[in-house]
Every structure is written in structure tokens, then in C-alpha cells.
Design a protein around this ligand. Structure first.
Ligand SMILES: [Cu+2]
Length: 265
């Protein structure tokens, strides 16, 4: 028997197996099951919030240090990015707004919701690569919720979420390429995101197994609506300042405040 005749049945088997598993390989990406586009089915009953007793938490995250001086980002290594950004690009790793409010902090309920399983939102969250910048820089989504990844630029980007609890992947997206869709199935605070092509591009994704999270506005304020009454730990995460937490008690049908302060490092 010739060697080729031995090879052919084996190749046929491999081909059949790939058809069965729907296996597809992409050279620029490592795909694992948790990055599939189908959310994990719920195994526990979905908790329904009673809007008659739910409350709204508002608050502000403050920074006690001196307001940082604007730092220019140098995009000159890619002239298309310089043109696409339309104006000067400034470092956003520490955004301090009016009245010392800290922007781009990720606020979420860290404790107090144990045992409650929340429905996965059907609406996707979008991250755009526009002007060689991730927009938004800090974003949150629920486990199983779809993240739409868009490239609005005339250049290729390579988005790379450096997850450690979920699986890490990266993928190139050229000008005009369709949106990519990804999910993260496990809570993870936070997933740093970079572009493998442009080293100044940074974003951070918070994955939470409930709907109570927000990114602070430029003035440090945030809102967590529709929270059931109870006692909660509210935590704020910031990319250069770390974490701060506070405990709040939320009354039925009322309002509660959660204020957090980061000292300069
Ligand atoms: Cu890029």
C-alpha cells in the first residue's frame, strides 16, 4: 500500500471532524468557548426587581490630589492616525473634572447581590476604534452580554483584551470591516484592552454578573438605578489609583448616596 492511501482516510476523518465541530481557525485570534457568540443559558431562576421598592443610588467619586497637567499623546508613528484623530490627543489615564470629580472610574456593586441571578441584556455594548482611540475608554457589560467591536478608522487596528479570568484573545479589524461580536462569561474587574498596532490605545472592560455598574462621568458622578433595598458594598476601580469601597444601606422606594474618594498616588 502506498503512503498516500494511508493518508487519505486520516485526512477524510479530520475533515469530517471539523465539519462536526464547526471548527474554524483564524490566524490572528485564539478563540476559546467563552468567546463564542452564544450566551451561557441561565441555570437558576432570573431575579425580578420589584420596581415599586427599588431605589436609585447616586454618588460622586473624587480625587484629592492636584489636577494633572494635560499630557500629549504622540501618534506621529502613524500619520493616518494623526489625521484621523482630528485635533490633539491627551492622555486620559487620570481625568479630573469640576469640583475634583474623577472621570473614567468604574463603579459597581461588589457585595450584597449574592444568590440573585439577573437576566442578560439583549442590547449590545459597543466599543469603537475611532481616531485611533478606544471609545469609550472604560466600559462595563454583564456576563453573557454582547460586546460589539467597531472600527470607524481608515487604518487597521488589532483589539486585544488581556483577560485573565476570561480567555485572552486578539483580532485584527481593517477599515470597513464588519463589527465583531464577543461575550465574556465570567465576572472580571477589569480587563485591560490594548491595540497591538498603536501602543497609546488603551481601554478597560468591567464584566459584572448583575446590572449595577457605571462609569463615572467627567465630573465624577454616577447613577445606579433600580436597586432592590438592602446593604451593599459599592466599589470604584480606577486604572491608575486602584480601588475604593464603601458600604451603603438602600431603603425601599428611596434614594441612597455612595461617595468615594481616591487620594493622589
Ligand atoms: Cu490601533
Amino acid at each position: 500500500m502506498k503512503p498516500t492511501s494511508l493518508f487519505r482516510p486520516a485526512a477524510a476523518l479530520l475533515f469530517a471532524a471539523s465539519l462536526l465541530t464547526g471548527c474554524k481557525s483564524t490566524p490572528t485570534e485564539t478563540t476559546r468557548p467563552d468567546t463564542a457568540t452564544t450566551p451561557t443559558p441561565a441555570i437558576t431562576p432570573v431575579f425580578t426587581v420589584d420596581s415599586a421598592t427599588a431605589a436609585t443610588v447616586t454618588g460622586i467619586v473624587k480625587y484629592t490630589g492636584a489636577k494633572p497637567k494635560p499630557k500629549l499623546i504622540d501618534m506621529s508613528s502613524d500619520p493616518t492616525c494623526v489625521a484621523a484623530h482630528k485635533g490633539k490627543a491627551y492622555d486620559e489615564s487620570l481625568v479630573v473634572g469640576a469640583k475634583s470629580g474623577l472621570g473614567n472610574a468604574f463603579v459597581f456593586i461588589e457585595k450584597g447581590l449574592e444568590g440573585k441571578h439577573f437576566a442578560t441584556p439583549t442590547a449590545a455594548v459597543t466599543i469603537d476604534q475611532a481616531g485611533c482611540w478606544f471609545r469609550p475608554r472604560v466600559l462595563g457589560l454583564q456576563t453573557g452580554q454582547t460586546l460589539d467591536i467597531v472600527n470607524s478608522d481608515p487604518v487597521t487596528h488589532n483589539i486585544h483584551p488581556m483577560a485573565t479570568v476570561n480567555h485572552e484573545w486578539n483580532h485584527s479589524q481593517g477599515p470597513g470591516d464588519p463589527a465583531m461580536h464577543r461575550i465574556f462569561n465570567k465576572p472580571e474587574i477589569m480587563i485591560p484592552v490594548k491595540c497591538n498596532i498603536h501602543d497609546w490605545m488603551h481601554a478597560f472592560i468591567g464584566v459584572v454578573d448583575h446590572p449595577y455598574f457605571a462609569t463615572t462621568r467627567d465630573d465624577g458622578t454616577f447613577t445606579l438605578p433600580n436597586l432592590p433595598p438592602g446593604t451593599y458594598t459599592v466599589t470604584a476601580w480606577h486604572e491608575t489609583l486602584g480601588r475604593q469601597s464603601t458600604t451603603i444601606t438602600v431603603p425601599a422606594s428611596g434614594k441612597a448616596e455612595a461617595n468615594l474618594t481616591f487620594a493622589a498616588k
